[in-house]
Design a protein. Structure first.
Length: 319
């Protein structure tokens, strides 16, 4: 039995550039240990997962970014219910690769494949655990699962980032521009508050507008930001950060600390940085799950809940 199944997304950023070379290298390194399948569209993912399930694969390598990973995991859970997920190995093939960075997987997908084979040959496949967030959107028949959910300012920021090319240089330019705007023009659309009712653990927050809302089970976000103050228990809770525009105006000069250390919740209710089991947003106008954009035509009520735990390949872990 081959223990590894590989889903290769040819449309992911890294794979688009050198599709044949990337695919051949993965096949060569993983060799007899793996079944490698290319998905021509999202419709192919379910059939590939059914094949892997039938073959009894124990390690699921995903060559794509965070969006490909969350879609694949969502498909697996919606297909097989409470069945334990295989060990997930993110191969850093996409635009957003937060999950791999968060669990200590560095290097390109070729290097990660080599690390996995070395671990298998030593019979020591180390893993770490992360919880999933279940996203309940009434527009969809099945739930989506992911590691990071964004609303408000980060939703707008990442949409602009994609429009400007989704490159490192585009990110740096956009961060610089946004920093200048935050100091000179707080009336800019980026900083326009979102009007919606927000419930944390089914308790409604008193304020009806917020600048941004972040929910995550990973600790290290895009650009290496570490904004969370509390430790969430995997599979039971997730972290959330909620902020209003008045609070942001007050602390904008502390941004380096806020982005890389995290700030405590504010007693006024203008800023929350805590762990929670559920989050509900009434009247959401658009959100992002692991880099994938979801844009409703009309405001929609979204509920987030703690989802199952998943094991992630992590050579640096001792679990």
């Amino acid at each position: 039995m081959r223990p590894i199944g590989v889903i290769f997304n040819p449309f992911a950023q890294t794979n688009r550039k050198n599709t044949t070379d990337q695919l051949d290298a993965i096949k060569k390194i993983l060799g007899q240990y793996a079944i490698v399948r290319t998905t021509g569209s999202v419709d192919d993912v379910a059939s590939v997962l059914k094949e892997f399930y039938k073959e009894g694969i124990k390690i699921l390598c995903i060559s794509g970014g965070d969006g490909t990973i969350s879609y694949t995991i969502s498909s697996y859970i919606n297909l097989f219910g409470d069945e334990e997920l295989p060990i997930i190995t993110p191969l850093r093939g996409g635009t957003m690769n937060m999950l791999s960075a968060d669990v200590g997987l560095s290097g390109n997908q070729i290097i990660i494949c080599r690390k996995l084979i070395q671990s298998l040959e030593k019979d020591k496949v180390y893993t770490t655990e992360r919880g999933l967030i279940r996203v309940i959107d009434p527009r969809f028949k099945h739930h989506n699962y992911g590691f990071c959910w964004l609303d408000g300012f980060p939703y707008k920021f990442i949409k602009r980032y994609y429009r400007e090319g989704a490159t490192v240089s585009a990110a740096l330019k956009l961060i610089f521009k946004t920093g200048i705007i935050s100091l000179t023009n707080m009336n800019h659309d980026l900083f326009k508050e979102v009007e919606s009712n927000v419930y944390v653990n089914d308790k409604e927050l008193p304020l009806k507008n917020h600048l941004f809302l972040v929910a995550s089970t990973i600790k290290r976000l895009v650009f290496g930001f570490r904004i969370f103050f509390e430790e969430a228990r995997a599979g039971e809770e997730f972290n959330m950060v909620y902020a209003t525009l008045p609070y942001f105006k007050k602390v904008r000069y502390q941004l380096p600390k806020a982005l890389y250390i995290g700030l405590k919740s504010d007693e006024s209710g203008n800023f929350l940085n805590q762990s929670t089991k559920s989050l509900r947003v009434e009247g959401n106008r658009g959100y992002i799950i692991d880099g994938e954009i979801y844009e409703p035509q009309e405001p929609v009520d979204i509920r987030l809940e703690s989802g199952p735990k998943v094991k992630i390949f992590s050579p640096k872990s001792t679990n």
